[in-house]
Ligand binder design. Sequence first.
Ligand code: SF4
Length: 457
Amino acid sequence: MFISVLDLFKIGIGPSSSHTMGPMVAAARFLDGLRASPFSPHGVRAVLHGSLAFTGVGHATDRAVILGLAGFRPDDYDAEAAEAALAQIRADGRVAPEGLPSLAFAPDRDLAFDYDAPLPGHANGLVLAATDAQGDVLVQETYYSVGGGFVLTEDELAQGRDTDDGPPVPYPFKSAAEMLEMCAETGQSVAELKRANELSRRPAADLDAGLGRIWAVMSDCIDRGLAADGILPGGLQVRRRAGSIHNALLAERGLNRAAPHAINDWMSVYAMAVNEENAAGGQVVTAPTNGAAGVVPATIRYWLDHVVGASTARVPEFLLTAAAIGGLVKHNASISGAECGCQAEVGSASAMAAAGLCAVMGGTPAQVENAAEIALEHHLGMTCDPVKGLVQVPCIERNGLGAIKAVSAASLSLRGDGTHFVPLDAAIETMRQTGEDMSHKYKETALGGLAVNVPNC
Ligand code: SF4
């Protein structure tokens, strides 16, 4: 099992990694397959299943599939060009991806939402097909968007979720227990093990440049969110709050007016800035998903701006440690809200952030594992019930609370010696089982919880 830090932290677009980025990636993969096939298709069709159907409009899945079939990708997404392309496609009923002939694709006719038949492999399934002039299928592929922008075909899913055919890594830990054993045997930190694994796949210069870019995009996203104002799209009339709260916090600085717990507002405001940007369809980094994209950046920014001795030079260590934990959660449970509820998204993000913060504040591997465990344990059972299927309520505030729990978990852990009652592996397995038992109403379908109890929605 190897999940790269640069795959777990991916630059993309909001509002959802599983419902926006994943379907766009699936469409890109489908087009690559068409380019390599002997067929000359006349048109394309798409059917969204399960959670992609239920919350697809709120999560902009329809736009993502349309743009994906037109050749757009999340990593170099150009918002202005996308708007122009969407208008053109709706007017012409055709997409014109590079390297293929113009294809018939009228979204009203050729993009369907199937609410009745979820696909067997995962809650987020979509089927893409290329057809001839009679409408008969020439090529068809089923894709699953398994969370965090990761996409698997039906065959890949059947072979095992984290299929990895790259060269072996020096520290192939599949559990937190194995990770701790390897740290003890080698005397290395979690980040050092993870870095050594990464270097078996890419040169150090590429890794360092990638990590630098990840933090730059995260940090820019916070700054853009703090500077923005207005109403978020989607119809809920949710107002952006990060900017005004941030201004109030700045005004209180040095006046002895703020309560000690105002530090929590700083953590919240950094996370909310990211998630407001995400809700507006802006550029974010999956951490490990878009819905949970605020927790890790907010925790890093809190550390850099509010903790004496913090330094940007150690942000890569934070990210590598967080990615080691995120990889364990993804491999042994899930980072998908559609699969295990919000415990898998904000819960995983909080565990990752707690581990990263603990590491850069001098924690031992045992304390790092303890920090991740505390954060995850206290998100267990958390459902995903986004109002109107939008990644806004409860998601935006929830990221702030996820960051606060991450900081508390790291702090508690650093006050101990790393010995603790519940192993991280047990918390991850509990999250998996709880997610399996959770009603589908609470797994990104907007059929239960806040999504049905908030008035006028
Ligand atoms: S409730 Fe949690 S899992 Fe669901 S969309 Fe919001 S952030 Fe993602």
